[in-house]
Ligand binder design. Structure first.
Ligand SMILES: [Zn+2]
Length: 506
């Protein structure tokens, strides 16, 4: 009898983004579908705003008269429900049926709004799921605003939901996979099948994804089709079964790395490596400037003007893709090499705030600060952080986020003495106390590594394993009973609980 080794697996949600290559007619149809989703979004937002306005009026009304309530009481007692996706179901069915019948008879169909606008031929031609996707996005926007307003949502303030405008909002629609009639699938490795829409060619191919689907490790849950620049993309959201992340011996031996994301260099590592800043923005600056000059001199709305807008959009898109590529490269390199990665919790929104000030209190060095902001955004530290977060979770590497106010750059990594001041232009860190002379970013990276090391010291040995900076040994663990012995039977292969990989060190 042979005992089958039970592989330890876990299911993650991720997305595969594939470039589409629609025919001109298909590209137009994609725009129509995105337009339909946008119309649903706007319809929902409008209904929500309407209810909200009515509620505000009634609250105001209740605070007047002989039996006036206080505003607080009024806010608590008056309830007007805000319509959400399920409330639009019957309306959507009715309207679609009506449009379908009218279109069949060749009759003009009244518009979505009762303002005498002509009919929307797409409403019954578009997959219902794409329309519901628009409604759902509106729910999300509304809930985010509410949560932010009530102060139960972290991060920057979310504004009052606005309408999406054609040509301004991103063209996109989402179709969810219906398990009963699974419509989204790869027709071939070169063609994506979208229900109701049909088949669209990929720009390249999806062999890697097809293989995983055939093997049964990947299941498609939804597809979001969106336009960026001149390209259409399909982002396939999937549930993927992967082996439980485990640290390889090589990574355990490598230990923790500290990473200082910077402007001067893309990243400085605590082992002394400097990764150069690709300076993406600068590489396109001349071309962009030339296009913008021509745009400024052309007649707004003219044929040339439209072409130039298209070209500028294309350039911006190319830039974003390049930036993303560099971020992925860096993250891959870090995640594949180290058992633990320490990074700083950078407040990018705060860091890149304008120095302009107010009329009463004008800021100083506004121009220089604007340049620095551009450089920070050119490196996109928040994007690198986001990519690191999921890549570490999939690979078993531990990500340690160092508190925002730790003095990582002003502190000497050798003796720990802190400087009062360290001007940004000083590239070399020189310690007056011990004489250490080092690249300032590498000095910061070493401090980050040390802090990450302290932060992970409390972790159970099973997670921490060999994550000890500079110490090349694996802590000895007592052997445990293994319910699923492998061929070797050494009790090593077991289904370990997946620990929270992102650690916030404050
Ligand atoms: Zn020192």
């Amino acid at each position: 009898m042979t005992i089958q080794a039970v592989p330890a697996t876990t299911v993650i949600r991720r997305a595969y983004r594939l470039t589409l290559d629609p025919t001109p007619r298909q590209a137009q149809m994609l725009s129509h579908w995105a337009g339909a989703a946008r119309a649903m979004y706007n319809h929902s937002i409008s209904a929500k705003q309407e209810s909200h306005k009515r509620w505000l009026q009634e609250v105001a009304f209740a605070t007047y008269g002989p039996v006036a309530l206080t505003e607080e009481q009024a806010r608590k007692t008056i309830r007007i429900p805000i319509p959400s996706t399920p409330d639009f179901n019957a309306w959507l069915t009715g309207t679609r049926n009506f449009h379908r019948e009218a279109a069949g008879k060749g009759l003009p169909v009244p518009g979505l709004r009762d303002d005498g606008r002509e009919h929307e031929p797409w409403l019954h031609a578009v997959n219902r799921s794409a329309l519901v996707g628009g409604l759902r996005n509106a729910d999300r926007a509304w809930n985010n605003w509410m949560a932010s307003f009530k102060g139960i949502r972290a991060g920057r303030r979310v504004g009052y939901p606005r309408f999406k405008k054609r040509g301004v909002a991103r063209d996109s629609f989402t179709i969810t996979h219906d398990r009963k009639s699974p419509g989204i699938r790869l027709a071939t490795t070169r063609r994506l099948r979208i229900p109701t829409f049909g088949e669209i060619r990929f720009h390249d191919h999806a062999k890697h994804l097809q293989r995983k689907i055939r093997r049964g490790t990947v299941e498609i849950t939804s597809v979001t089709v969106s336009r960026h620049g001149h390209r259409w993309y399909a982002s396939l959201a999937v549930e993927e079964t992967i082996p439980v992340p485990r640290l390889s011996k090589r990574k355990r031996t490598a230990g923790i790395i500290g990473v200082d994301l910077g402007v001067h260099t893309l990243a400085a590592l605590s082992n002394g490596d400097l990764i150069a800043n690709p300076k993406i923005k600068a590489s396109h600056a001349r071309k962009l400037a030339r296009l913008q000059k021509r745009l400024a001199r052309s007649q707004k709305g003219s044929r040339t003007w439209k072409q130039l807008v298209h070209k500028i959009g294309r350039l911006a898109h190319l830039e974003a893709r390049q930036r993303e590529g560099y971020a992925h490269d860096l993250a891959n390199r870090l995640v594949k090499t180290w058992a633990g990665i320490g990074i700083e919790d950078l407040n990018v929104a705060g860091m890149t705030r304008s120095a302009r000030g107010t009329i009463e209190k004008p800021g100083r060095n506004v121009h220089a600060k604007a340049g620095l902001n551009r450089s920070i955004l050119d490196v996109a530290p928040a994007q690198i952080r986001r990519i690191l977060e999921y890549k570490t979770a999939w690979s078993g590497t531990c990500l340690v986020v160092i508190g925002r106010f730790e003095p990582t750059s002003k502190k000497c990594s050798a003796c720990g003495v802190e400087k009062d001041k360290l001007p940004r232009k000083e590239r070399i860190f020189h310690c007056d106390a011990c004489g250490l002379t080092l690249d300032r970013d590498i000095n910061a990276a070493i401090n980050i590594a040390a802090l990450a090391d302290v932060a992970t010291a409390e972790l159970p040995v099973s997670i921490r394993r060999g994550i000890v900076h500079g110490r090349h040994e694996t802590p000895v663990e007592p052997p445990r009973a293994n319910p699923f012995p492998t061929r070797a039977g050494n009790g090593r292969r077991r289904n370990v609980d997946r620990p929270a990989r992102v650690i916030f060190a404050q």
